[in-house]
Design a protein around this ligand. Structure first.
Ligand code: CP3
Length: 344
């Protein structure tokens, strides 16, 4: 299948494609009326994640509409704490909530049964591979240990993850145990997604940007390096995209230290710095999702700047973070069209 290798896989191996392949973080979501319809039918958000029938349907929706070069498994990073019996809930207008964990709770945590609990997710991946067009890359994913831990400690989302940062200083041993346990479970979870048919996987470290330099090394770099080493030891052909949102200058050594095949960039990464990072390997990103909401010149200029700075190297065109519910689906169509035309 060498001549028909999927475009995103080729970029992950260092090829420059013109135009670059494109997919969008959170491409299946509330900005699409058909998502809202399936979501209403499925019941709760977690029911949607654990129903292979509905999860396949919402994963396929943006592929049918826009023909993206990758589909991303529909699930959530918080299915791991859910499988660890942390009582995860998604209530309308509240964001995710779960039982907050303390030092004693961490000492009792175990990996037992977690992968088994997540079997519906692997069934979704298997069905997706048979339904997707041959040329579409199928991405699996998980949350980074740090980002997942921030929700486990606070019990909900917070603006700056102060509870997890404080806990890490006060209980370094317990915190280290939590991160390493999450890393080992995540590696096993990703291997199972790959075995079910995922071509590549992305690790989302959405809260990497609140960490100081030393903490970034210990809580973001180290666990991700551990996950990637484990995944690649077991599945040498697997490709991994690591997205550390807000990491800025610390991205300079992130690829080399984690062994990620591509690094995801948020929109605050200056394009000249992004081009420097691209000399070392593939990058993914980094359009501000608000440009997709704004549309018009803001959208066009954002696309053209990225294409100008990064289009000459290995690039997977994406947003710098997930698409938001207020985005107009028509703007997404214009975005895909413009990228495929190679910018203006
Ligand atoms: O990208 C995709 O289309 C795949 C699906 C996906 C979802 N969440 C679906 C979702 C992926 C890859 C995620 C990752 C995720 N989940 C992250 C990392 C990436 C990021 O956005 O920072 C994080 C931090 C979470 C945790 C999470 N899940 C939060 C904070 C929320 C609530 C915020 C919100 O947007 O409502 C969710 C819920 C969630 N996950 C929704 C979707 C489509 C919306 C819930 C709904 O439909 O009611």
């Amino acid at each position: 299948m060498s001549e028909t290798r999927r475009k995103i896989m080729r970029v992950l191996d260092g090829e420059t494609l013109s135009p670059p392949p494109i997919w969008l973080m959170r491409q299946a979501g509330r900005y699409l009326p058909e998502y809202r319809e399936t979501r209403a039918k499925a019941g709760s958000f977690l029911d949607l994640c654990y129903s292979p029938e509905h999860a396949v349907e919402v994963t396929m929706q943006p592929i049918r509409r826009y023909g993206f070069d990758a589909a991303i498994l529909f699930s959530d990073i918080l299915v791991i704490p859910d499988a660890m019996k942390r009582n995860v809930r998604f209530t309308e207008g509240h964001g995710p909530e779960m039982d907050p964990i303390d030092e004693a709770g961490i000492s009792r945590l175990a990996a037992d049964g977690v992968i088994d609990y997540l079997k519906p997710v692997f069934e979704t991946v298997r069905r997706l591979r048979t339904e997707l067009p041959e040329e579409t890359t199928l991405l699996g994913f998980c949350g980074a240990p740090w980002t997942v831990a921030t929700y486990m400690i606070a019990g909900h989302g917070t603006p700056d993850q102060a509870p997890a940062r404080l806990f890490a200083y006060q209980h370094p041993k317990a915190f280290e145990r939590l991160l390493m346990l999450l890393a080992d479970i995540s590696a096993e979870y990703l291997v199972a997604q790959i075995d079910a048919g995922a071509d590549a996987v992305q690790i989302f470290d959405s809260w990497a940007g609140v960490l100081g330099e030393k903490e970034f090394e210990a809580f973001a770099v180290k666990p991700i390096a551990r996950i990637i080493a484990r995944v690649k030891a077991q599945r040498p052909k697997a490709r991994v995209i690591a997205f550390a949102k807000g990491a800025g200058y610390l991205l300079k050594t992130y690829r080399q230290k984690t062994d990620a095949d591509a690094i995801g960039l948020d929109w605050s990464v200056p394009l000249e710095f992004a081009a420097e990072l691209q000399k070392e390997g593939p990058v993914q990103g980094n359009l501000d999702p608000m440009r997709v909401v704004a549309g018009g010149r803001a959208l066009e200029e954002g696309i053209d700047d990225i294409m100008m700075h990064l289009g000459g190297g290995p690039l997977i065109f994406n947003l710098g973070h997930g698409i938001t519910p207020q985005a107009d689906p028509e703007n997404v169509r214009l975005l895909v069209k413009r990228v495929r035309r190679g910018g203006n």
